[in-house]
Design a protein around this ligand. Structure first.
Ligand code: SF4
Length: 466
């Protein structure tokens, strides 16, 4: 059965539907603290309600692949636990004392004062408190993260903008820093929200190094402020996402005259990884022969391992050939390119549920049309804040013979189970499991995704899982 999207009302529930399929896929703006937490020895200080951190934790961390913060665990983040008395009398002086105590007792390189909805509405001045530390040698910045202003991606942007505006040197100060043409600052991968960020960045770093660049990544192990301090020295910034961080690289272009190279998809599988390597090599004017040698070596390796299990795939009793995606823009575009260009799958419908700003949507749509498939111009991409829309559509669609796979969040797994459709989690909230060092990035990532799809298809076909 084929139905028009207009037949489905956002938020509508069909008989026997599972209401939980319409749960959160993004967190509120205060989720931006996870961007700070991803930079080693950076400590957020929260001037927000006692439940705010817990609210964002599930979607972005604990139920998003079993993640937790590293240098400072969530349970030790200082918070004023803004309460009713603070609404009446203001909580600024309690915050001032909390910041003073945090500076005294925590061994952090940078303190980031954040507020939430209530303290922002009351009008407590977090900037004034950060300014108390100007010229003291203790680095304290401030960033407003009220949930009513946006989601965690908006919060992520606010944190990076605050670091650029308040922590990094001015354009005049940076003029004395020599540029390193090989250094590439990496933007676009959002820590924690992108469930695979740790391993993706690690593999991306290795790839860039192997083809002659000096990648500068700020999030994760052994990076910290030493990497942040190097931002003004970069030859160029790499923006690896459909739209997230585009404001950040533009700001850095304006402030430090650092150009940026925009590649909209995180490369998954050989076609896209080859294309990415050729594009960045051409942009930077680096050694093309070395890049082609790297591509040849990695492609040979990919096809060796593919051949190693190809017969099993041919004889698998369940052969997915079509897919739905209900996820972030980055995962939706990156996985679509691999599934269509390398595996020959047909996209049924793509739902992007992270509230993409309208002025980015037509450009992202053009990125989806850029596929090696004659039907690419007709691909249906739905930008929606209603994460349950995909569920409604799948339940009314023909998914017989289990030829269809769903890639989405842990909520979409419930849809897949009710229809016994193969399912692979790819986006927040990923599920109450350990994601560890998993990623679908690069040549190996393509193989890993193929394995996950066909393994679940086979298990559902055999009836060994629902
Ligand atoms: S929406 Fe406001 S009150 Fe709710 S968790 Fe976010 S910042 Fe806190």
């Amino acid at each position: 059965m084929s139905i028009a999207l207009n037949d489905i009302q956002p938020g509508a529930c069909l008989e026997n539907d599972y209401a939980w399929s319409e749960q959160q896929r993004v967190a509120c703006a205060i989720g931006g603290i996870y961007t700070a937490l991803a930079i080693e020895r950076v400590l957020p200080i929260m001037h927000s309600g006692p439940g705010c951190q817990g609210n964002i934790n599930g979607v972005l961390a604990s139920t998003n692949g079993g993640q937790n913060a590293d240098t400072f665990l969530e349970s030790v983040i200082p918070s004023t636990n803004f309460c009713e008395a603070d609404v009446v009398f203001g909580g600024q002086e309690r915050l001032r004392k909390l910041v003073a105590d945090s500076v005294k007792y925590y061994n952090a390189d940078l303190f980031v004062i954040t507020d939430g909805c209530t303290s922002e509405i009351v009008g407590d001045d977090i900037e004034e408190i950060a300014n108390d530390y100007a010229g003291t040698g203790t680095k304290v910045i401030h960033v407003a993260l009220p949930g009513f202003k946006g989601n965690n991606l908006w919060g992520h942007s606010q944190v990076l903008n605050a670091i650029i505006d308040q922590y990094l040197p001015t354009a005049e100060e940076a003029a004395a820093i020599p540029k390193n043409p090989k250094q590439v600052n990496v933007f676009g991968v959002v820590p924690f929200y992108d469930t695979f960020w740790v391993a993706t960045l690690e593999k991306l770093e290795g790839l860039l190094r192997d083809i002659g660049f000096e990648p500068n990544i700020f999030y994760g192990r052994d990076k910290g402020l030493a990497a942040v301090d190097k931002i003004p020295a970069a030859g160029f910034n790499l923006l690896l996402s459909p739209w997230v961080d585009s404001d950040v690289v533009r700001k850095l272009e304006q402030k430090y005259e650092t150009p940026f190279f925009h590649y909209p998809a995180v490369p998954v599988g050989p076609s896209e990884t080859n294309r990415f390597i050729r594009a960045i090599t051409e942009y930077a004017g680096t050694d093309r022969i070395a890049a082609e040698a790297y591509i040849k070596k990695q492609e040979d390796r990919y096809y060796y391992y593919l051949n190693h299990f190809l017969r099993w795939i041919y004889t698998c009793r369940v052969q997915p050939r079509e897919f739905f995606i209900n996820s972030s823009a980055t995962q939706a575009l990156s996985l679509t390119r691999y599934l269509v260009n390398d595996l020959g799958f047909i996209p049924r419908r793509i739902f992007i549920n992270e509230d993409v700003p309208e002025d980015n949507q037509s450009r992202i749509l053009a990125d989806f049309h850029d596929l090696d498939w004659k039907g690419a111009a007709d691909i249906e991409v739905i930008f929606t804040a209603d994460g349950g829309l995909c569920d409604q559509y799948v339940k009314r669609s023909d998914t017989s013979f289990r030829k269809t796979v769903i890639l989405g969040t842990t909520w979409d797994e419930l849809t897949a189970k009710t229809r016994r459709i193969p399912f692979v989690p790819v986006s927040a909230p990923y599920g109450d499991v350990i994601v560890g060092q998993k990623t679908y990035f690069g040549y190996d990532g393509g193989l890993a995704l193929m394995q996950d799809i066909f393994n679940d298809a086979a298990a559902k076909g055999m009836g060994t899982v629902n």
